[in-house]
Every structure is written in structure tokens, then in C-alpha cells.
Design a protein. Structure first.
Lengths: 224, 451
């Protein structure tokens, strides 16, 4: 899948590229609005990650242009300005999602996946981990055909770990994912441990869950 | 009192004083004018008599007699001339009674002695006071009426004129002071007036508003820039750490150190985010135009924080009686405010304790919503400081940087919501929000109006 990253902060663009490359996306970088304009018609992008605070032009204006140049692409707006109106304006202009900076890279990936799922409709989107089947679209967990009830937050966590399986996720990345996106919240990352404990308890009643690993002093990982 | 009223009153007052003064002075004035006139008339008549005597001789009047007298038919005026051998020299005007043909009347009398051919004569000319004063009353009356109608006329003219003069002032008040919404993004047109004071006032007000607006915009730009300048490097650092964590050949030892760095960065991020949020609230960057029903918001917060409440085994109850429906507020901020209070009540509670959220209407139309926990409470000495940034009652209790309550305070202030804390150490604290009637929507009784 092709991703166009429009971001004037070069170090940040490079980190995004490096992370997405590992997930086998192929990325094009544009460090200004002008470059973005030039690269847009080149190829059919699946995703355009657009920083609103570009030095040479208004990001919302660029979004408008990009939407007509690449109508197939999905758009995620990135901004560090935190302007209250930006989010609404961006979504009104047809952006698919909005991520305020700073964001975590696994979170970016999760958002991209969510958009893909949404656009593809409700077809099978399940991941099998040993004998557990986790359906990210339907938000369900099954063990040999039997559904296991998880709370909303528990599923959010499990789904996020599944999306990033075989990669360690820290408590902060996890807690950032499951807290609502209202600003200023200081969600306690210690509660992640409580949730994981509950998930383990619920799943282990059906089968072994040693694939959900605790990385001491780091966080959690699904090894599959 | 309005300026227009004050001016009219003061004008009416000063005019009344003048009228009263005039009424008091009028009899004296009229009588002094009349008596002066009478004196002059008597003097003129005297001169006429003397002229006649010097031209035609004293016998023109006396005809050989020793005295001469004449009076008008109703004795209003008389003249007498007689020889007086022993008379003192006299030349005066006085009021005195005279007996003429059996009638005693009061006269204004001019007495004058003079010599003619070595003989002394006394001339008296008199005029009755009744005839002198016959015009004073009507004169006074007419003068009074004229004065009063003139005063009334000028009062009316003053009223109309001050109203016209003050019209620009009320226009300035209406367009520049009332109906103005911070941060004064629209500039109403300048008020047109010929009065330089009003022009000055209008220009000054517009200037002040422009200054306020510019300062406000500058601050908004600053928070926006500060947000960008602070969040971007934090973001870069975070993403670099995340990629580093996934680097091949990085062992768990190093991953643990990276996680430590992430923890520090996370703390920095939260503080910056909260400070920016507070400055945005204080800078009025949030619209207050949402309608919010409180019950669903509290339900949402309850669900959001259910895991934390459960982890501490808290008994949570919510009871709004009656329900509360707000308007002219910012939904996001109200949510944030209630969320923080709820979150605090969990964080500073004891395991197995309780959290009671309760709302009721006050007699004055305001609404009181309280969050009562069963935690450690706050020492009385710390109570005044709990809403201050970077201060927290009782350090080392879980996470938090003493900023959650600062957010609550900023949001409450921004909406004009009163906030109050009561706390008993070791028993618990109660945070109360007092929503003013202006924010509360009048409930519509839809179910009771069945036709």
C-alpha cells in the first residue's frame, strides 16, 4: 500500500516512514505543500498523512486540492497546533481521521487499519492466535466457536495488541490508545495492568494465553 | 439614574428656583417701579406748576386769594397752593392722609415750599395710593403667567434638545458597550456626531476594543505556536523512541531504558497538553454554544472510568433530582470538568470506599452538582491552594500533577460556574459545582400537555 506523508518536520516524516516501511507500506515523502502537489498525481495512494501546519500553504486548502487529485485515498490529518476548530474543519473537508501530535506510531497504524476496515465494509477481518479468533471489525473474540465477552476497553487493548503483534507496546502507547481523545486527561497507565489481568483471566478460562506476554519493565506483546 | 433624566431634573430645578425667586421679588419690584414712577410724575407736575407761576405770576393760581386748591372728581389727585408765613423749607415726597371734603384718603404727597416776591408758599400735589396701586396686581399676575409659560417652553425645548444632544451617547452605549461580545471580532461603524466629546469617547472605545482584540489574537497565536513548537519535538522524540524499541538487536535491557524515557516523555507531554488546554480556556478559544444534558455525560464518564472504580472496589452512585439540561456551554469542556472531578474522586479515594454524585436545584434557580468521595480528605491548610497550578494536597498519591483541578477551575470560571470544596480529613471531600440559572434550560413538560 502506498502512503504519501506530507510533513514539513523532516525527522518526524522519516520516523513515520521507517515505521510504516516495517509494516510493508511504501512511503513517499513531501516536506512542503509544493512537493505534495507535485507528488500527488504520480501514483494512486491508499493513504495521505497530512500535516496541517505546512510552511508554504494552508493545510486545509491542500486537503481540498488533494481530495480532488486523489479521490481514492484515505486522509489522516496530523497537527500540533491543537486548534479547536481544525479538527472539525478537517473532518468537514472529508478527512477520514484526525491525529493530534504528538501521536504514537502504533496508534497511527491502528487508525489506518480502522479506516481500511471501515472502507472495506464488514467482511471477515479476523486474526487467529492459536485457538482464539479475534475479529477486529465485529469486535469479538471466539474460542472454538464460543464467544468470549470482553469489556469495551479490554477489547480495545486486545485489538491494539493484535494489530501490533510481535512488537512490544509500552503502557503509555496502550493507555494512549484506550483513553478517550479528550485533551488534558491524565489516564492512569497503571490501569493497563488491571485490564490485561482481566483479559488473561477471561481468556484463560477457555485456553492457554501464554501468547499474551508481559515484558517486565516495558509493557506487553502478543507473540504469534 | 440616566444622564438625560438628571439633566432634565437639574434644568427643571434651576428654573423652579428662578421662578420662586421672581415670585418673591415681584411685589417689591412692581411697587418700587410704581412708586418711582409716581414720584417722577409728581415731580414733573411740580415743575409744570412752577413754570406756570414764573411765567404768569403767582396770581395765575391764587387770583388774589391766599390759597388755591383743586382736585379731580373722585379725589384721586389734588393740588393745593397756600401762603405759609412760618413754614419750614420743605421739598419731599411722603405718604400721608388728607381730609378732602369729608373724605379721609391716603395720598402720596409732594410738599414743596418756595418764595415768590418775598412771600413763602407751600405747594402740595397728591395722588391716592389706591389709584397708584391699581395696576400692580394685574401687572404682577401677567408677569407671573408670562414667566411660567416661558419657563415651561424652555423646559420643553431643553428636553428635546438634550435628547438630541445625548442621542450619540446612547448610540455609543448601545453599539460599543452593550451587546458586545468578547473578543470584539466585529467593529461596529463609528457613531456620527458633531459633539467632539462623544467622537473622542467613541474613538477611544473602539481603540480599546481593537487593542483587546489584538492582544487576544496575539495570545491565541502564541498558544497555537507554543503548541506547535512544544508538541513537534515531543512527537519526534516519541516516534524515535518507538522505532528504537522495534529495532532489531535491541535487547530487553535497552528496551526497559527506552520505556523509562517514554515514561518521562509521557509526563512532559501531559503537562504541556494540560497547560496549553488551560491557556486556551483562559484565552476563550472555546465556543459556549452547546446544549448538554448532564445525565448521559455522567453515564459516559462513569463507563469511561468504570474500570478504575472497579479496580478500587468503589461504590459509585449518581442521582440527579431533577435532571439538568445546560445550554450556552462547551460540551467538551463540561465533559472534561466533570471527568476530572470524577477521576479525582476515584484517585484520592480509599479501596472499598464510595463516590456519590448528586444534583439538586436550589431555591434561587441555580443547580448544585456535587462529587462526594470517602477518601483521605484535604487538610484545611491546603484547601485554599488546591486549585492552584502545580500544587497538590498530599503529595505522592498516585499519578497526577496537581493540574487536573486547575483545569476544573478554569472551565468553571469560563462558564461562570461556582466551585466549592468541603473536606474532612480521613472522612472525604465534597466538590460542588453551582450552575447559575443562566446556564440552565427550562424543562419542557411535553408529556403533560396531551390534548
Amino acid at each position: 500500500m502506498k502512503v504519501l506523508i506530507v510533513e514539513d518536520e523532516k525527522p518526524m516524516a522519516l520516523e513515520m516512514e521507517s515505521f510504516l516501511n516495517k509494516l510493508s507500506y511504501s512511503c513517499e515523502l513531501a516536506f512542503s505543500g509544493r512537493q505534495a502537489r507535485e507528488k500527488m498525481p504520480d501514483q494512486p495512494y491508499s493513504f495521505v498523512l497530512l500535516d496541517l501546519g505546512l510552511p508554504d500553504m494552508d493545510g486545509l486548502q491542500l486537503l481540498k486540492e488533494a481530495r480532488s487529485a486523489c479521490p481514492e485515498a484515505s486522509y489522516i490529518i496530523l497537527t500540533a497546533r491543537g486548534d479547536v476548530g481544525d479538527r472539525i474543519k478537517g473532518l468537514d473537508l472529508g478527512a477520514d481521521d484526525y491525529l493530534p501530535k504528538p501521536f504514537s506510531l502504533p496508534e497511527l497504524h491502528a487508525r489506518m487499519q480502522a479506516i481500511t476496515r471501515r472502507k472495506a465494509g464488514l467482511k471477515d477481518n479476523s486474526v487467529r492466535i492459536e485457538d482464539f479468533v479475534i475479529d477486529l471489525a465485529k469486535r469479538s473474540v471466539h474460542y472454538e466457536g464460543e464467544e468470549i465477552a470482553l469489556s469495551r476497553k479490554e477489547f480495545d487493548l486486545l485489538g491494539f495488541l493484535v494489530l501490533n503483534k510481535n512488537r512490544p507496546l509500552t503502557r503509555f502507547q496502550l493507555s494512549e490508545h484506550i483513553r478517550g481523545d479528550f485533551a488534558g486527561d491524565d489516564y492512569d497507565s497503571n490501569y493497563i495492568d488491571v485490564h490485561i489481568k482481566n483479559i488473561r483471566k477471561k481468556l484463560s478460562a477457555f485456553g492457554p494465553v501464554d501468547w499474551l506476554q508481559t515484558l517486565r519493565g516495558i509493557g506487553y506483546k502478543i507473540k504469534a | 439614574m440616566k444622564l438625560q433624566t438628571k439633566l432634565t431634573l437639574s434644568q427643571a430645578l434651576s428654573k423652579t428656583v428662578i421662578v420662586i425667586l421672581f415670585i418673591l421679588l415681584l411685589p417689591w419690584l412692581v411697587s418700587s417701579v410704581v412708586s418711582g414712577y409716581t414720584n417722577r410724575q409728581l415731580e414733573e407736575q411740580k415743575q409744570k406748576v412752577l413754570r406756570n407761576i414764573s411765567r404768569n405770576g403767582i396770581d395765575y393760581y391764587l387770583q388774589g386769594d391766599s390759597s388755591y386748591g383743586s382736585y379731580t372728581m373722585l379725589k384721586e389727585e389734588y393740588i393745593s397752593l397756600e401762603r405759609k408765613a412760618t413754614a419750614r423749607d420743605l421739598d419731599s415726597i411722603f405718604t400721608s392722609q388728607r381730609l378732602i371734603e369729608g373724605d379721609t384718603l391716603t395720598y402720596r404727597v409732594l410738599s414743596y415750599t418756595f418764595s415768590d416776591h418775598g412771600k413763602k408758599y407751600l405747594l402740595e400735589i397728591g395722588k391716592t395710593l389706591a389709584s397708584i396701586n391699581q395696576y400692580t396686581h394685574p401687572l404682577q399676575k401677567v408677569a407671573l403667567y408670562v414667566l411660567i409659560s416661558l419657563v415651561a417652553l424652555t423646559l420643553l425645548a431643553d428636553l428635546v434638545f438634550t435628547r438630541i444632544l445625548l442621542r450619540p451617547l446612547s448610540l455609543i452605549i448601545k453599539s460599543k458597550i452593550l451587546n458586545r461580545k468578547f473578543p470584539f471580532t466585529e467593529t461596529p461603524p463609528a457613531v456620527r456626531t458633531g459633539t467632539s466629546d462623544f467622537l473622542y469617547l467613541d474613538a477611544s472605545l473602539t481603540g480599546l476594543e481593537t487593542q483587546v482584540r489584538l492582544a487576544f489574537e496575539k495570545e491565541r497565536e502564541f498558544t497555537s505556536n507554543a503548541s506547535h513548537e512544544l508538541m513537534t519535538p515531543i512527537g519526534i522524540l516519541q516516534n524515535k523512541l518507538e522505532n528504537l524499541m522495534l529495532e532489531e538487536g535491541v535487547d530487553e535491557n535497552i528496551q526497559e531504558k527506552i520505556q523509562g524515557m517514554m515514561a518521562t516523555l509521557d509526563r512532559l507531554k501531559k503537562i504541556v497538553r494540560i497547560l496549553l488546554l488551560i491557556s486556551r480556556i483562559d484565552n476563550s478559544q472555546f465556543l459556549r454554544s452547546d446544549e448538554v444534558e448532564l445525565q448521559p455525560v455522567l453515564t459516559e464518564i462513569g463507563e469511561e472510568l468504570a474500570d478504575q472504580a472497579e479496580a478500587r472496589n468503589l461504590h459509585v452512585s449518581v442521582n440527579l433530582d431533577p435532571p439538568l439540561h445546560l445550554h450556552a456551554v462547551n460540551r467538551e469542556l463540561i465533559f472534561q470538568c466533570l471527568f476530572n472531578l470524577w477521576h479525582n474522586a476515584i484517585k484520592y479515594n480509599r479501596d472499598g470506599g464510595s463516590l456519590r454524585v448528586a444534583g439538586h436545584r436550589n431555591a434561587d434557580g441555580s443547580y448544585l452538582l456535587s462529587f462526594a468521595d470517602s477518601g483521605n480528605g484535604i487538610a484545611a491548610s491546603a484547601l485554599p491552594h488546591i486549585f492552584h497550578r502545580f500544587r497538590r494536597a498530599g503529595e505522592n498519591i498516585g499519578e497526577g500533577y496537581g493540574l487536573g483541578l486547575s483545569i476544573v477551575k478554569s472551565i468553571a470560571d469560563y462558564h461562570g460556574i461556582g466551585i466549592d470544596v468541603q473536606s474532612v480529613p480521613e472522612k472525604g471531600s465534597r466538590f460542588s459545582l453551582r450552575f447559575p440559572a443562566a446556564l440552565i434550560m427550562i424543562p419542557v413538560n411535553s408529556s403533560e400537555n396531551n390534548l
